[in-house]
Design a protein around this ligand. Structure first.
Ligand code: GLN
Length: 293
């Protein structure tokens, strides 16, 4: 076994082909990409070097480390946790198992906020359920005149967000709290942005193991068919937004109608609009706080 492994992995090129084969067999989605990323992490190479240095010999220690990372990926641990980072809106966010891995579709919410609020050089906002802080930190950095609060119920998540805000130098307040009793003054905000947990518990068996077995349940699932936290976000926004303020929330591909109905039921929102993600799924719904009570 030992000799076989050494033999299969003498050079970077051979290790890559061995790793790709094992990842494929484990049912991993992008075996080629992941194998390269793992090798690059161990050897400290950029993308081009990893291609050009195929004949490079892998040292015993490098091999051992690469095999360790490969085993983790074969166990379907997300690449973002193995590498400890994920890119979001062009910036590197530190992530670990205490937070959801930021998704590309969530960039849609950020874009919508920047576009809808383009005429407001100054604004106050909250990112509800901030997780690693991807949404809130991005908004704070894209709009230096905006003042943001990152709210999360989970101390571990808040710790990750704090680290990201510090490293990326985003001036945000980080607050631990429950969205049902948020430490936010009434009618004090211009924007509420939220990517709450919205997966119904009944959908758990259909999730990829990468998600179901590794990402925090608390960040994924919501009771009441996936709607409880969405309802919480709508209530929070109805109270905390100033008239003329904007609520933007991400949701499941089949939840846009329910979310729009929740907004209507408060009697405090108008101008509801849903955007689709790149896969064509309704993914993000917005509403404007009216002047009514
Ligand atoms: N706001 C974070 C994100 O969009 C975390 C969301 C969550 O944990 N549900 O990635």
């Amino acid at each position: 076994m030992h000799t076989r492994r050494e033999d299969a992995a003498l050079t970077l090129r051979r290790w890559l082909s061995h790793a790709i084969g094992r990842l494929k067999a484990a049912g991993v989605d992008n075996p080629q990409l992941d194998a390269h990323l793992l090798a690059r992490r161990v050897l400290g190479l950029d993308r081009l070097q990893c291609v050009l240095q195929g004949e490079r010999r892998m040292e015993e220690g490098e091999l051992r480390e690469a095999e360790g990372l490969l085993e983790r990926r074969m166990g379907r641990e997300p690449m973002a946790y193995i590498l400890g980072r994920r890119e979001f809106y062009g910036r590197d966010f530190a992530v670990d198992a205490r937070v959801l891995v930021p998704r590309p579709e969530t960039e849609l919410l950020v874009e919508a906020a920047l576009e809808e609020m383009a005429d407001r050089p100054k604004a106050t906002f909250v990112d509800v359920g901030a997780g690693c802080g991807a949404i809130g930190i991005t908004l704070a950095l894209e709009r230096p005149g905006w003042h943001g609060t990152l709210l999360d119920i989970d101390p571990g998540a808040l710790d990750v967000a704090k680290g990201n805000a510090f490293r990326l130098q985003a001036p945000c307040a980080l607050v631990q709290g429950d969205m049902t009793a948020p430490p936010l003054a009434a009618a004090s905000l211009d924007l509420v942005a939220c990517n709450p947990p919205y997966i119904p518990e009944s959908a758990a068996p259909s999730l990829m193991p990468d998600v179901a077995e590794y990402e925090p349940e608390r960040a994924l699932f919501s009771p009441e068919g996936g709607l409880r936290h969405l309802e919480g976000a709508v209530r929070l926004a109805a109270r905390a937004l100033r008239p003329g303020g904007l609520l933007l929330t991400e949701h499941g591909y089949d939840q846009a109608d329910e979310v729009t109905a929740m907004m209507e039921r408060t009697g405090r929102f108008s101008g509801m609009r849903t955007r689709r993600d790149l896969a064509g799924h309704p993914r993000c719904t917005q509403a404007w706080r009216t002047a009514a009570p």
